[in-house]
Design a protein around this ligand. Structure first.
Ligand code: BES
Ligand code: ZN
Length: 463
């Protein structure tokens, strides 16, 4: 089939343009489009305009920057034949903050090439991967191959803050965005040279727990032992969230969790994956989690509960003897099908309030959440992706479930009644959300080739 046949003009053109692509990706990465901090609002808007300008420059027919109550959404379409299949490409141009900035080896918004990688905030999550889609489209249009399918794009600027305004936008524009499949490149691969399709994402419930004790900080000698310490109380509450086997103790937490199927277990056993390599990537002395499950099961098929941050008392230099007035923790729960984020938030709240020791007041505040998601990999769009990955990487893709979340994904499926394909190109250790985030440049170019071939495969498999 023609996706597997090497197309000399496409391959040669891609190879001739490698350097320019990388430089243009760097231009996109240079814009500090941090959506979680309001002082970057202008840069975020500038980044939306940059994405739109890049799409116009390659000849995409209709490109619009849509204002919202929050950050703009870039919406574009290139319709070649209304009777052909239509792909909707979703991605995000917003990025996470850069702290702790002193741990970066090169400044986060000065993209730097080192060891076959480009380092910058957003390099892999997700501006680099959005850029791959833009360059794949360019390759088709510039070589005269054209597009055998219709393409629509929705590139948002609020993924890292819960996609609040995208939700309403999708609902209001369901007809305009109608499509036969949604393609998202915002996940990873199991290893370099291992083409991968993610078949699941975890959901999220994110909570804040506030513990208040005395009206103000007290002398830990004059009051310690006679007044309940909110930091100790919070520690007790947190310790009570899991048992010795690493199981979450919140009543009802596991009620809707699906069993792992034999087919899924068999698939995981065959994946090119090693616990030791995974451990080394983290730098932790040992891996750990819920008893009775492998690491891949813990990440893809089991929910969990983790403290993301804690604040209380004196943490400065030396020893100040103080009994803190309050303590706070941010706690996330990653969810799996068929857990319901609102229900889990409620169960968490009830459990925490009930387990709070006497002598303090406890308040639980929920943040944004998201539903877990699992794919139906029998859809032809998965075969099309497999053809394209095989052609670009030289081997068949592996299928695995990601532990991260993209809360808007289930909504795409519901809104358009179309399958979602997670065609991600991040390598293990790419430091997303951490200092020294990078994209592997070989994989970046292979990804562009994959996407450029994918359109043909879609036309064949879905046309
Ligand atoms: N690209 C990630 C999601 C991801 C992370 C997929 C790791 C696969 C592996 C996405 O941009 C992200 O960070 N999502 C947030 C969602 C949250 C802010 C609602 C996440 O998972 O923490
Ligand atoms: Zn992302």
């Amino acid at each position: 089939m023609n996706t597997n046949a090497t197309d000399p003009s496409l391959v040669a053109w891609l190879s001739d343009n490698r350097d320019r692509f990388e430089q243009e990706m760097a231009d996109l990465l240079r814009i500090p489009s941090i959506s979680t901090e309001s002082e970057y609002t202008e840069s975020v808007a500038e980044c939306a305009e940059k994405v739109a300008a890049d799409l116009r420059a390659i000849g995409i027919a209709e490109v619009e920057v849509v204002a919202t109550d929050g950050n703009p959404i870039v919406v574009a379409q290139h319709i070649v034949d209304p009777s052909s299949p239509t792909l909707l490409i979703y991605g995000h141009y917003d990025v996470q903050p850069v702290d702790p900035v002193e741990l970066w080896d090169s400044p986060p918004f000065e993209p730097t090439r080192r060891d076959g990688r480009m380092y910058a905030r957003g390099a892999i999550d997700d501006k680099g991967q959005v850029h791959m889609h833009i360059k794949a489209l360019e390759a088709r249009l510039a070589t005269g191959l054209g597009l055998p399918v219709n393409v629509k794009l929705v590139i948002e600027g609020e993924e890292e803050v819960g996609s609040t305004n995208l939700e309403a936008f999708l609902a209001a524009n369901a007809e305009r965005l109608a499509c036969d499949a949604v393609v998202v490149s915002d996940t990873g691969m199991l290893g370099k040279g291992v083409p991968s399709i993610a078949t699941g994402l975890r959901g999220l419930a994110y909570m804040e727990v506030h513990v208040q004790g005395p009206a103000g900080d007290l002398h830990s000698g004059g009051f310690g032992g006679a007044v309940v310490n909110p930091a100790n109380a919070l520690a007790e509450i947190i310790a009570g969230l899991k048992d010795g086997d690493g199981r979450v103790t919140i009543p009802g937490f596991y009620d809707r969790v699906r069993d792992i199927s034999d087919a899924d277990r068999l698939n995981m056993e065959q994946l090119p994956y090693s616990d030791e390599a995974f451990r080394a990537e983290t730098g932790a002395p040992e891996l750990g989690g819920e008893a009775g499950f492998t690491t891949l099961e813990r990440l893809g098929f089991r929910p969990t509960c983790d403290v993301n941050g804690m604040l209380s008392g004196f943490t400065g230099e030396g020893a100040k003897t103080v009994l803190p007035a309050k303590a706070m923790a941010k706690i996330s729960m990653r969810l799996v099908p068929d857990q319901d984020p609102d229900e889990i938030a409620r169960l968490f709240t009830e459990h925490v309030l009930q387990s709070a020791p006497a002598g303090v007041t406890v308040e639980v505040r929920p943040h944004h959440g998201g539903w877990p998601w699992a794919a139906n990999p029998s859809d032809p769009v998965f075969d099309a992706a497999s053809d394209a990955l095989q052609a670009a990487f030289g081997s068949e893709p592996v299928y695995f479930r990601e532990g991260g979340s993209i809360p808007i994904i289930p909504l795409f499926e519901q809104t358009f009644g179309a399958p979602v394909l997670l065609l991600g190109f991040g390598l293990p250790g790419s430091n997303l959300h951490a200092p020294n985030e990078w994209i592997d440049l070989d994989t970046y170019h292979q990804g562009i080739e994959t996407i450029a071939r994918f359109y043909d495969a879609v036309a064949e498999r879905m046309g």
